[in-house]
Write a protein that binds this ligand. Structure first.
Ligand SMILES: Cc1cc2nc3c(=O)[nH]c(=O)nc-3n(C[C@H](O)[C@H](O)[C@H](O)COP(=O)(O)OP(=O)(O)OC[C@H]3O[C@@H](n4cnc5c(N)ncnc54)[C@H](O)[C@@H]3O)c2cc1C
Length: 424
């Protein structure tokens, strides 16, 4: 078993990463080479700006290359709860922002010819308990009435046509959206940004940013760079001068296992429609079939950070969950196991804008493959002076009370979620 991301391990190599030291002057320095940073670099470079992307590790090696492979529409939290929280107009705007984000991913794949096995399969949210199905039915009614008619509620009598498992009591299908090979998408975005003139630097952690005349000086382990503007796209970064962001995000670990290639006939029986699947528990699972017929099965498993020994422990919990859901896969070999950090905000809505003159976008809360790509494009407009393009511009973003940057509270939240899952 490899303790590595399947997406990164099976991605093609990047065409052009700068070996040269980080130096010179650019219009925009992008810190972070995940989907947010790469998409912004591409949009800016396409318009003729000079752009340098600096990543602490491998381009695409953060959450963008370590996720569940789903490109879903709809908000990260339950739509009915969002309506109750912010009102129907705002909730509708949030939902539609995600629909646009899926469109952005599909558009970039088309425009830049990115070969990433995109499959417009829709997402099926599966009710783990009868009362969860009742709740899904209420949510479906509100979604249908207020914002999206391309959905379908699937009752208990039909759920086995979708998933051959005893674990579910119905589901909600949202057809817009799909799934893709995240490593191929990251490499495709990066190559496109380079083709349009951006420079990419790997293994260049940024350790300081200071004002320098009318612009900024960025200090990294591989050299220093001057930039007119800086865009921070670091997700839940644990390195560098990003304490202001760290105090506003909870870096929650999420973990994934991928099986050996399975018989196509077995998969066609278990999951005939090859959708992106998630479950309704708080300690939920998500799964899908990979392009080479493996089952990818992920979940929160434990509330802990992602590090290799911890990933392996979480992998064993996931393997038991997989066997409970699909008993005939209990003996399937696990070929990959890894974890990553989700940049969670308290209300699970993203945050983007400007802090101390520096632009940022993050906080996608586990629902960000589409939104990070979209926000890269949006923030390119914002950097060029179109602040109204940012759908999240009005959201306040106070620090999480008691959060100094180290998430000491995660085990407490984990215990609370586990207890709630038993009783709710
Ligand atoms: C396990 C897991 C499963 C997920 N599943 C899904 C899913 O199925 N669907 C979905 O929509 N979303 C999912 N997500 C969320 C989604 O992957 C992210 O929201 C999205 O990829 C965020 O992209 P990003 O570019 O903002 O951040 P990242 O991809 O994390 O990129 C940030 C980059 O910044 C770099 N960086 C950090 N600090 C510094 C520094 N000081 N200097 C230079 N570089 C720095 C990092 O090295 C990293 O490469 C999942 C996330 C995880 C962890």
């Amino acid at each position: 078993m490899k303790l590595d991301s399947y997406w990164l391990d099976t991605a093609p190599p990047l065409q052009a990463v700068a070996d040269a030291p980080v130096q010179g002057r650019v219009d925009v320095a992008v810190i972070g080479g995940g989907f947010t940073g790469l998409s912004a670099a591409l949009a800016l470079a396409r318009r003729g700006a000079s752009v340098a992307v600096l990543d602490a590790g491998r381009i695409g090696g953060g959450a963008s290359g370590r996720n569940g492979g789903q490109v879903n529409t709809g908000v990260a939290q339950d739509f009915a709860s969002l309506v109750a929280q912010v009102g129907v107009e705002r909730a509708r705007a949030c939902y539609l922002a995600y629909a646009s984000a899926v469109d952005t991913v599909e558009r970039l794949i088309r425009e830049e010819g990115i070969d990433c096995d995109y499959l417009p399969s829709g997402k099926l949210k599966l009710a783990s308990k009868p009362r969860h199905f009742e709740y899904l039915a209420k949510t479906a009614e509100i979604i249908y009435r207020e914002v999206d008619q391309d959905i379908e509620l699937i009752g208990r009598d039909r759920i086995r046509d979708e998933v051959q498992s005893d674990s579910f009591h119905g589901g909600l299908l949202q057809r817009h959206g799909g799934q893709m090979h995240m490593g191929r998408f990251a490499v495709g975005l990066a190559n496109a940004a380079v083709r349009h003139g951006a420079t990419l630097h790997e293994h260049a952690p940024v350790s300081a940013i200071s004002r320098n005349g009318g612009g900024y000086r960025i200090v990294s382990e591989r050299g220093e760079l001057d930039a007119k503007q800086v865009f921070v796209a670091t997700g839940p970064s644990r390195h560098g001068p990003f304490g202001w962001y760290r105090r506003r995000l909870a870096p929650v670990g999420s973990f994934i296992v991928v099986t050996e290639p399975l018989a196509p006939a077995t998969l066609a029986r278990l999951l005939p429609n090859r959708r992106a699947y998630t479950t309704t528990r708080l300690m939920h699972n998500y799964f899908r079939i990979t392009p080479d017929s493996r089952l990818l099965f992920g979940g929160r498993a434990r509330f802990s950070a992602s590090e290799q020994p911890s990933d392996a422990r979480s992998g064993r919990i996931l393997q038991r969950g997989l066997a409970a859901m699909f008993p005939e896969l209990a003996t399937a070999r696990i070929d990959y196991c890894w974890g990553g950090l989700v940049d969670m905000t308290v209300d699970r809505l993203p945050r983007a804008g400007q802090h101390d003159g520096i632009y940022f976008s993050m906080g996608y809360s586990g629902h960000g493959t589409q939104m990070s790509t979209h926000m890269g494009q949006v923030m390119a407009n914002v950097i060029e002076g179109r602040g109204d393009a940012n759908p999240w511009r009005d959201l306040p973003w106070p620090a999480i009370p008691g959060h100094t940057g180290k998430p000491w509270f995660l085990p407490i939240v984990g215990t609370y979620y586990r207890i709630k899952d038993i009783f709710y």
